[in-house]
Design a protein. Structure first.
Lengths: 492, 492
């Protein structure tokens, strides 16, 4: 066309930071989400699907995670309104809980799964669209609601294929931490800066170790590069309280609770937090969720600005090899806790809420890393085309195979070069090829090729035992489906 | 808070033209899509999930539908790039087919399902986000690929619950129409305006009838409001050719093909189109897809600017009552056809492609209209809370019920007012409530209330036969699960 010259061709590229998912990457995730949805449903949670688009006003402009206050959303103006893509599934829930508050049951248990969008700088392993899979209970103040979410999370992990013993759900309580800060003399309004430093220091325990955290609690710390981070300036005694909290985990939940109770003695909020932890542990163990699955662990401090009571995190405890070849625990795949301010933004009324978010991509990666997803060769049986005039016969063959539940297809490219058809079958990971030309139609037979066995024979051609094994069979036309079924069953 | 006064509260509203979906609306759609995906998969199609966001450059700015050239997309600028939400699933497929052309199998059969976004003026029943569910074959020039899509569409409809006889798939060919225009003397480059008027007129047959279309083919037509639409200015003889085409459908496919062959005699493209129609019908009938399911119908003229060969449309033939109380055929739920130019935009190379798009919301509405979705009361069993001190026991009860696969939950609101708990159970459409207080725990029993039967008894309280029927049972604690199961089974 004349216009081809004037207009340059568009580039066929995935936008930066986004991804395309093919085949098993799509279906395996869908299968995992369906299993999780079934557990959520069994627990009485109802599905909710809000639109991807919200008004910026309803969404709030920024993510709640205090560590990244500038993380943005994708937003644009429509007439007078600013619209944006949701950045999580909790903000839309808050909007729905406020908007439909007279119609929804209370408490409202809902689950949601779907993509969310973050306007972050793209980077390795950092995507601008990814799946979340949440369950929340809105309107239940009782810690029984938190305990239920923890139990449900354990059930979800086992349902998708994480074995008991390969995960642990760690539970803590934000109020205990507040109590510790109070005991350490850090509860006044004028201590905001110190509290911030202490919280960030605790969060770095994994990376810096106790000595590093202690430095940050005191005068400060010089890192490997020589940069100096100013500390909170706590006294030795104050720092001891905080370190004591971080190291409060004991062998049993009861012992941990007792140790925490000592640490927060004298702080009403701290005492209340310890009582809640104790109650959750009691509720869970009565239902059979003992410390082999759910433990009290004071080192869990997540999303500190967001949560107001119990917080929890699911960690996979088996080891995998990281990108630098080191063995390490797989780590966190889900987390959540109690939050009370989200609906208040809309209505002015405080509504207690608690929930969990499962990291869909992380959990899927874990299942793949441990071979829990046996991605069976789901390639189709290929009916090759030897003679285009017989197309109706070939299509009738696949119709029969499909009716028997066997995934199959006719080769629909140019059939002239038979080698291309076999290459295509190879690319599709086809387990079986069917071949029928003029001779076969005249005799009322088909040739059936076991492609998996054929590949093995080719690989082992020099070995005596493989030499004479046939991988192609001639069967009468009416035995085709049965023979294909037998070959597939034999392939496992 | 002090800041509450300064900052007005955000409005909790769904953005204009968008929707929230609750409970069964989400799960029923998911179940329907899973069934369709299974059929697509059985036909050898592979899943593809592209991101919601594309570059405007890759997407093209406008929808292909000629009837709405100004229909827009949601777009915004990111640094140097313009990004936009996809408006269908075909444009991203074209991008993927070009981008990965060296890695994908050829032909490439892919299916995709997910939301798409249209920046349209919102209106009744017109939404700015909705689901599409497509299957396409890229790289197959043979009409066997079109026939396969038609057969697959029939299988999909039956798989989700549309009975044979309640649907028909109509097949036509764009080339036949081109041939008819050629025979009518409308094939020259200078006849572009006339062709446009003729095509739009044919598309209005349903609404205007033959007389109305004839007026538009001739001088023009004054509608009920008095507005005049200029016609194509065809002669009587020219108009007869076009009308003959629209009325070419005969009782059998062979007769229709013969009639079309008469009409396009002398037009090479028309003759080729008729031959393709004949071949498709032959391929389908050989596989058992006869005229009870798939028919040749020249009145199908869809997306005219877009398609280059076979076009098809699935129509549900049963009657429903429309919003004005009139009986009418349910109408179209899916359509598609062959298109060749989409990948060419990127690579300059023409790649033959054919595909189908199922209207997810329309098909779901059809299943609901005909009672094909029996939305079983999926409400949970409610374990009420008579005594908060027994929370661990209540949670143990639901844990047992869930382990038996029974959807259930503990009431987690404030338990003080028992009436509220029963109101909640009602709102959740609970089939069964469990009640246990101090007396029951002391005796080792629970009360089990059949809420469905209870409601029936309440409704029929004056009738003798209902009077003495019990709807509440006391059973020993260890019989709880068995009794609940028996009640649920009895409720069907």
């Amino acid at each position: 066309m004349a216009s081809d010259k004037k207009q340059p061709r568009p580039k066929a590229v995935t936008p930066k930071g986004f991804q395309d998912y093919f085949g098993a990457d799509v279906t395996e995730r869908a299968a995992m989400l369906a299993k999780i949805a079934a557990v959520y449903h069994r627990y009485g949670f109802d599905a909710l699907e809000t639109s991807a688009v919200e008004t910026v006003e309803a969404l709030g402009k920024f993510l709640p995670d205090v560590d990244r206050p500038n993380e943005g959303v994708f937003a644009w103006q429509e007439d007078a309104d600013w619209l944006a893509l949701r950045y999580d599934l909790t903000a839309p829930l808050a909007r729905v809980a406020a908007q439909y508050r007279n119609d929804l049951p209370s408490p409202y248990r809902r689950y949601a799964m779907g993509p969310v969008w973050r306007n972050e700088k793209p980077g390795p392993g950092r995507f601008r669209q990814f799946y979340q899979c949440d369950a929340d209970t809105v309107g239940a103040a009782s810690v029984a609601a938190d305990a239920e979410i923890c139990a449900m999370l354990a059930d979800c992990l086992e349902e998708v294929g994480i074995a008991r013993g390969d995960y642990v759900i760690r539970v803590n309580n934000r109020k205990v931490l507040n109590g510790v800060l109070e005991v350490a003399g850090l509860s006044g309004d004028d201590k905001d800066a110190e509290r911030g430093i202490v919280l960030r220091a605790i969060d770095k325990l994994d990376r810096l170790g106790v000595a590093g955290v202690r430095a940050l609690l005191g005068e400060g710390r010089k890192d490997e590069s020589g940069d100096f981070t100013k500390g909170a300036g706590l006294s030795q005694a104050q720092a001891d309280v905080v370190i004591g909290f971080m190291e409060a985990k004991r062998d049993t939940g009861a012992a941990t609770v007792a140790r925490l109770a000592e640490l927060v003695a004298g702080s009403p909020i701290g005492v209340a937090g310890v009582a809640e932890l104790d109650e959750i542990a009691g509720l869970l163990s009565a239902q059979g969720y003992g410390p082999d699955r759910i433990v009290i662990d004071p080192s869990v401090v997540r999303g500190l600005g967001y949560y107001t009571g119990p917080v929890f995190e699911a960690e996979l405890t088996f080891e995998v090899t990281d990108e630098k070849g080191r063995l390490r625990n797989f780590g966190s795949v889900a987390g959540g806790g109690r939050y009370d301010d989200l609906v208040k933004r809309f209505t002015g009324q405080e509504v207690p809420a608690t929930g969990v978010s499962i990291g869909v991509d992380r959990l899927l990666a874990a299942l793949r890393a441990t071979g829990r997803i046996t991605s069976a060769s789901a390639g189709p049986v290929i009916v090759t085309v030897m003679d285009r005039a017989h197309m109706a016969d070939y299509q009738t063959m696949v119709a029969e195979l499909r009716k028997a539940g066997i995934r199959s297809e006719v080769y629909l490219g140019n059939p002239k070069n038979f080698g291309n058809q076999l290459k295509y079958a190879d690319k599709r990971a086809s387990p079986v090829a069917i071949i029928a030309g003029g001779d076969e139609f005249a005799k009322g037979v088909v040739q059936i090729k076991d492609l998996i066995l054929g590949a093995q024979i080719a690989k082992n051609a020099t070995l005596e035992e493989w030499k004479d094994r046939p991988s192609q069979y001639e069967v009468s036309r009416d035995q085709m489906v049965a023979k294909v079924r037998a070959i597939l069953d034999g392939q496992g």
